[in-house]
Structures are given as structure tokens and as C-alpha cells.
Design a protein around this ligand. Sequence first.
Ligand code: ATP
Ligand code: MG
Length: 365
Amino acid sequence: MDNKVLLRLVNIKKVFGSQVILNNISINIKKNEFLTLLGPSGCGKTTILRILGGFENPDSGFVMLGEENINNVAPYKRNINTVFQRYALFTHLDVYGNIAFALNIKKMNKKIIKEKVTKALIQVNLQGYEKRSISKLSGGQQQRVAVARAIVNEPEVLLLDEPLSSLDLKLRKEMQYELKSLQQELGITFVYVTHDQEEALTMSDTVVVINDGIIQQMGTPESIYNEPINAFVADFIGESNIYDGIMIRDEVLELFGHTFKCVDKGFNENESIDVVIRPEDVRLTKVSNSQKTTNHTSRNNQLIGKVTDCIFKGVHYETCIETFGEEWVIHDTENFVPGDYVSIEVDPFNIHIMKKHRQVDDDES
Ligand SMILES: Nc1ncnc2c1ncn2[C@@H]1O[C@H](COP(=O)(O)OP(=O)(O)OP(=O)(O)O)[C@@H](O)[C@H]1O
Ligand SMILES: [Mg+2]
């Protein structure tokens, strides 16, 4: 990835009817960066891509490609190509016809078109498929044609809208790897849309987490995972246990009426906060019948809870536990039985304290 900013969204606002769909979206996208827009269905991901591609105009704000404001530049004149959420391949054309389509429109020399299409087919591992009709391709192969059709134009930026969402898990993983390699090999800037957090974390240089048309957090996959800025991001990025708590003073909080140690500082005394604990950051120990009498007491960052469910997940057991009417989801290597009482123990540095409803804008104000 280069340090040079190639594409910029500046204070983009988009309103449909009376609904604000995008609110003050600003993103700097660097040359050769793999940037992913991540968020739940309806949060505005596709709308951002459509604005980048020129298929939609923002109500305010602007899009810069290099030094140029491209708000009024038509899609086909932007050096940006899109792989749409539904591939939108031409079913009346074969694989070759689909990939060559835009080049034919540009009235490019037939020999050059053939060279470019052949090269694109090799890049997506579909050599020899030129004459195959689209309806006779698997989902994964159609997806490859959609990518080939976009990269054959040698764009500076490729926009990809959930390109792998219709593929099964195994193929999706394979294609994630292939797309990432292709991006590095071609040196193209990728703006990628997904609602799959694992996909975002494994593929991207930068992840932008969006909810309700507002950027919640922007950063490297590691920083987003390890230091989520609010409960929404923590929950969306990894499974999390999130509870209402009170920050009593620096490094001390109250959770379920009990005092816990943590490592966070700088909150107001008695401030309401979100307490976030990852499922893999909890130690469970079965407690004996006599210890059950200490049910719901907290000692050394411990609580006692009752196992309600325990499911084998391949690498760990997912154990559900109830305390104070709240559910915990914990990943552990031990198999517990529903009805077991367990102590739930969390180290202070694994308790993450988050201000309520914090997002990117709060940092800037
Ligand atoms: N042309 C339109 N007219 C009115 N509302 C629209 C239009 N396009 C999108 N919307 C609304 O804008 C919001 C954001 O839509 P968008 O397609 O950007 O979401 P998304 O994050 O891509 O969702 P998904 O993950 O389901 O694809 C939705 O509430 C949608 O209904
Ligand atoms: Mg979408």
C-alpha cells in the first residue's frame, strides 16, 4: 500500500425521501489499499459504492479522485470499475463476450481485445472458458467472470459489492484468498463491501465499520478487533458479551451490583458504561454443590453462573451461562453439562470499558 491518497469521500450526505442514508461520511482511500466497508444490511454500504462509482449523486459533499473533484464525472469516464452485488452478467453472451463487452464498445482493436480478455481469464483462473455460456457456469465461475469483466479495463480502483455472498463457505474462503492475491498482483485499489466481519478482517488493510449511515470506527483489522470504540463495533466485529455497568472510579467498575477490577481510566465517577467481554477471554471452572451457596457473589473478578447450554464447535465448546438473568456466551475447551454451576473469571485487562454510543465524530469534536 502506498501512502498517497488516491480517492477521497468528503463529508458525503445522502438523503432518500425523508431518510438520511449517509451522514457526513469522510474516508481517505490510499493507492493500492484494500479498504472494506463493513456493516449490517441497510447501513448504506452499497450507496457509498454507488456514489464512488458515479451511479448516485451525493446531496452534499464530494468525491475526489487524485486532485480532481469527480462529482459530475459520468461512471464510464471514471477510472473506476464495479463488481455489483448481483453480478449482472449478460446471459445472452458467452464468457468472452461478457469480458470483452466494454472494450468492444470502446471500439478497441480486436487483436488487442483478445489479448486483454485472455490475460484477464488467466488472472481469474478461467483459461479455456471463452465459449462457455453464462448459464452453464457455477456460482464461483460466474463470480470470476464478473471480476474479469471489471479488471479487463485496468481500472485504478475496483469497487466490489459483496462479491462472494452467494458462494458456499469453502468456495468463499478460496475466493477471498484469490481476490486478495489478485489485488496485490495487479496493484489496484480495492473498495470492498461485506457484512461478514471475518471476511473484512482477513482481507483488508483498512476496515470502515458503518451503522445507520454513520462511520463508527475506521482502522486496521487488528485495531478494530482489539480496541473497538463502542459496543456496536465490539458486538459486530466479534461475538461479545455486552452489559450495562457503572464506572465507580479509575480501574474499578460495578457489574451486576458487584465490584470488578479493570485497567481503564479517565471516565467520570459513576458514569454509565458498556462492559464488553469476549467469549474467549473468560475462564470457567466447575464449582461443587457447596460452593453453589455463593451463587452470584463476586470475588476476585469472579461470578458464579448456571450452564444453560454447551455446544461443540470444532475447536472449542460454546457454553451459555446465566447470571442475574443475563446470558454469557463463552468459548472454552471443557464440556459442561446444562445445570452445572461454574465460576466465571475475567482478568482485569480483558474487561473492556466503552463509553455509551461513541463513534468516530466524537473524537474529532
Ligand atoms: N434508490 C433508493 N431509494 C430509496 N431508498 C433507498 C434507495 N437505495 C437505497 N435506499 C435505502 O438506503 C438504505 C441503505 O441502502 P444500501 O443499499 O446502501 O444498504 P447496504 O448497506 O448495501 O445493505 P445490504 O447489506 O442489504 O446490501 C436502505 O435503508 C435502503 O432501503
Ligand atoms: Mg448492499
